[in-house]
Design a protein around this ligand. Structure first.
Ligand code: FES
Length: 85
């Protein structure tokens, strides 16, 4: 397996080629990486792209579903506050 590394809010996080960004975050021990506007934590809920709970910003593009986006070496992932409940 090819090892990759992504940057998450400035932290270098290791992963494996083929993993989604959500899988890389979960393997790094992060269960929640977004907060709703009322402060509720969100991470993976459905895991199939339906709920939009796992949104992150990837390489400057907001609202990317982490469970659907395959991580690429060097990706810059920013956690985001959200206006959704
Ligand atoms: S976990 Fe539901 S869309 Fe990603």
């Amino acid at each position: 397996m090819t090892r990759i590394r992504i940057e998450v809010d400035g932290d270098q996080v290791p992963g494996l080629a083929g993993q989604t960004i959500a899988a890389v975050l979960l393997a790094d021990g992060r269960a929640a990486w977004r907060r709703t506007r009322t402060g509720r934590p969100r991470g993976v809920f459905c895991g199939i792209g339906a709920c939009f709970d796992c949104l992150v910003t990837v390489n400057g593009l907001r609202d990317v579903r982490a469970c659907q986006r395959r991580a690429a070496d060097g990706d810059k992932v920013d956690l985001q506050e959200d206006d959704r409940d």
